[in-house]
Design a protein around this ligand. Structure first.
Ligand SMILES: [Zn+2]
Length: 363
């Protein structure tokens, strides 16, 4: 349940003139009918050959009619019918869509046959991913204050990529049991080819702290047919030169300090296996500096970065890695470039000229 109530009459006013987009986003099965408005198409619910059409003025009313299923005077009744929603949920979904729902609300295809390897469990996972994404809001939305507070506390107030989204009330589960609901920052993790694989979640409190849970940052379960390996969180458009980090906030610090297009991979393992998209000719790894451990004698972050650089050179991509010069404070597991940014500002980062030097040397 969302924490706020929507006024039906206001949502109705807001939706006028925007129903084509609202219907296509909230009920993808209507996309064909919306695209051919006024013309007959197969009914999205009962099938058939050409029993269904949306009204020619669908943009204003949102309504449509099926010769078999019935007459739907407006977009609300149409959505209730096709999605099986009650009126309250329909108002909420439309209000959220109008408030700045993502440009595509179904990044995970649910069409049968598109992905034959998908199991029934995969279908559930896709639906959960789509629903979570559809419920998200831009970080500029008035409800997204917890996210803005959190980033400000981390020293990252300046520029926030649109790739980051906000969920006002996301369930936190442990052992498949609901532990609580929290505001959260969401980011799509895309596969090597740019397809949506899963969502990265950062659970927060309403006043912008990390949520008091065991793992405030975690990935949603992804459909088994999807490959996480090689993927990344594509925060901004890449240039021919791309910077990569483990953490999202570290990436934001690199963007803010250097202006380099920067992607996060989410963790050390994904950093090590990252594959840049075609067109990227240089990769600069802003490595975490982790305390050496038995398993990782040179530090996990440093080893992952070195592994990536070595692989990239073998692929013909110029690459280099830099770790923070700061010492690891007592009691800390490591330092990253967000720490550098907060302690030294952009002056703590390498000048772009020295980046070029770095990229001409093999790891
Ligand atoms: Zn029908």
């Amino acid at each position: 349940m969302m924490k706020y109530e929507y006024q039906a009459s206001r949502v109705k006013d807001d939706a006028r003139g925007r129903w084509q987009r609202v219907l296509s986003d909230l009920a993808p099965a209507l996309q064909d009918a919306v695209a051919k408005r006024g013309k007959h198409v197969p009914c999205p619910v009962h099938g058939g050959r050409d029993g269904f059409r949306v009204f020619p003025d669908v943009s204003e009313t949102g309504g449509g009619v099926c010769n078999t299923c019935g007459y739907f005077v407006d977009g609300f009744s149409l959505l209730m019918w096709i999605n099986g929603w009650d009126f309250g949920q329909t108002i909420r979904e439309v209000a959220q869509q109008l408030a700045g729902a993502p440009t595509s609300s179904v990044p995970w295809s649910t069409s049968p046959g598109v992905d034959r390897s998908g199991s029934p469990d995969d279908t559930t996972r896709r639906e959960q991913l789509n629903r979570t994404w559809r419920e998200s809001l831009p970080l500029t939305h008035r409800e997204a204050e917890p996210a803005r507070l959190y980033l400000a506390r981390r020293g990252l107030a300046a520029r926030v990529p649109e790739a980051l989204r906000f969920h006002p009330d996301l369930g936190y589960y442990a052992d498949q049991r609901l532990v609580g609901r929290y505001p959260a920052i969401l980011a799509q993790v895309t596969g090597q080819g740019g397809d949506a694989v899963t969502l990265h979640r950062t659970y927060l409190t309403v006043d912008g702290q990390k949520a008091p849970v065991d793992a405030p940052k975690k990935l949603m379960r992804h459909p088994t047919a999807k490959q996480l390996t090689g993927g990344a969180i594509r925060l901004v458009e890449p240039g021919s030169r791309l910077a990569v980090t483990e953490g999202i906030e570290t990436a934001l610090a690199v963007i803010e300090a250097t202006g380099l297009p920067t992607w996060a991979t989410g963790n050390a393992h994904l950093l090590e296996t990252f594959v840049p998209p075609p067109g990227v000719r240089q990769v600069l790894v802003f490595a975490d500096k982790d305390r050496p451990s038995r398993q990782h004698p040179s530090g996990h972050g440093q080893e992952a970065a070195r592994g990536l650089v070595t692989r990239l050179w073998a692929m013909g991509i110029r690459a280099g890695a830099i770790a923070p010069g700061l010492d690891i404070p007592d009691g800390s597991k490591g330092v990253d470039w967000l720490d550098v940014f907060n302690r030294l500002g952009p002056a703590g980062f390498p000048a772009l000229g020295s980046v070029d030097t770095l990229l001409t040397r093999a790891a």
